[in-house]
Write a protein that binds this ligand. Sequence first.
Ligand code: NOJ
Ligand code: CA
Length: 686
Amino acid sequence: MCKYCRTFAQKFNDMKHFFLLLLASVLLGCSSRQQISSPDETIRLCFRMAHGGCPQYQVCQDGQVIIDWSALGLVCDEVDLSSGLRVVDCTKSNYSDEWQTVWGEERLIRDVHSEMEVQMIHRSGMAMTISFRVFNDGVAFRYNLPVTESTQSKTLTVTDEVSEYRFTADHEVWSLPWRTEYYEGIWTKSPLSQKNDTLCSPLTFELTNGSYAFIHEAALKDYPAQNLYVSEGSVRTYLTPWLDSNAKPLPAKAYLTLPATTPWRMVILAKTLPELVASRIMLNLNEPCAIKDTSWIKPMKFIGIWWGMHMKSMTWEAGPKHGATTENMKRYLLFAKSHHIEAVLAEGWNLGWETWEHFDFTTPYPDWDMDYLSSLAQDLGVEIVGHNETGGNAAEYEKDLDTIYRYHAKHGIHAIKTGYVSPFIRTMDGLQWNKGQSGVRHYRHVIETAAKYHIMIDNHEPVMPTGLQRTYPNLMTQEGVRGQEWNAWSADGGSPCSHVTILPFTRILAGPVDYTPGVFAFENPVLPKTRVHSTLMNQLGLMVCLYSPLQMACDLPENYMKHPDAFRFIEHVPCDWERSLLVDGKIGEFCIFARQQRGSANWYIGGINNEDVRVVAVPLSFLNGQTQSSEQKYKATLYQDGEKADWKTNPYDFTIEEQSVTCADTLFIRLASGGGFAAEIIPITE
Ligand code: NOJ
Ligand code: CA
């Protein structure tokens, strides 16, 4: 057959397939208007095919339209899958399950949702299915691109995703500008109509009806991270682009090989803040655990040779003030051992810190005796948290990954903090944004390779988390936040007190955060005008409020020993939970979390405050769980701001007292300016 005949035959085949599907859709009476409701019927999602074959959806809660008809689809170089589509089939199903987390804010998670798969065919013959899920607390959708007989191209270059969220009112939104380096910025709130910049995902909405919404993505694996922008009152998607060899954005956003599935787009809808933080939609949208034996994955608290570098009393590179020396590490390991801290981080132990260009991850500085320290750590039963700063040179890191992880595993190191300090990262594809498709692939490759060597990852300068820790629970925690380090050296004087009271409702809804709480000394000899805007009790409260399964207590041992009584809370507080709940809070003002230790009846409460002094009520009704009777008595140890406490004038004023409580009691606690509190509540056994 000649070339032209072959092309004609192929086209004829495609058209035949297309018309057969069309015929089927007409005969089966598949309507292009469909809907599903959440299992409790409070949320309804409707789908329609608008004029021109443009798919759209609408979301209502309690009969009120929250997201009005909004666009769906993908635009690719090869085919525009946002119009010219027709519905050929639609299936609906219900799902109900409960699964156990390897670690987390909760041991058991319920996944109850309705699902609808709308199969479509494009006029070119290309097939696309949009999956929708509706939970009692939100909705999600994603695009599936199968390979069918009529698929013309098995690779697609996505240039735009048109997913849209057309809110029906001018709600207040908490956000970060999309180019905020490593997401290390202060979240700000303003009405949607005033958000002029493109924004990072996620976004947290305070709706005009008093409830809350949260837009983010789940299961980001081989696709660029989404960003969002406001246009004509609606929130639209902007995918992080690929960059050319001059680091200029290309039209290409994602290269897909079919069959392909995009990450989930999700919107949490919650009537109250406690409901918002209790939503587990993002984890439910990720695939179940891909690691068979997870016994080596263990949440841990750690201290580290770290704060000294940021406060400039130590250096990463070798020299007179070198931090990661054998002597110093030995001191930290012994301190950790005697204070029940599971692990010690050491930064600056390896060659390369002079230039930050080519780090060597298997050669220590001469004053670091890896063999001695690793056997000392193992004798003491204290873990070493390794540190791999790449300076953004992801390609070099990736090339040697197996060798690097083999070296760490050989020295008994089961956790590594990775770092990518550089405005762009150098991946196998050249200079790219870390949240572009190439960066996303790199981070995932790191997690998968680390799992082979039983290594847990704490990823600094990451791509915003999307719940991947369900599938790869060795991805423990990530930075992606303006963390404590900014309070050491930021020229703006340090983060305002309100900063940490915003994070649990914005950044941390996307996943665990390595914020590094626990400062006990507030003087900054290098930058006297820069400091931690917090009382000492606030630092204890952070240990509970800012969730991380690898939780760092960041200050120096000598500073902890200035307040051994307050340090006791850090010694005791765990970082893996049976249950967690927000007792009370207001975004940017204060928050109080209560968490039950995993596998135990002990509870820990943390509270943090902005600048405004306030008294908060903490009803202890949550103690009335399934396993305890309502008469059960508990010993509550309360760590509170003293009467004179104030972050600026007197951060060290605090009281510690014990009292006996039951679930019928309510604690009334005064929070100082920049203050906080913490409590340990333990059942009294007669
Ligand atoms: C930035 C990280 O966030 C910080 O924790 C680390 O100390 C430095 N990079 C050096 O790697
Ligand atoms: Ca950082």
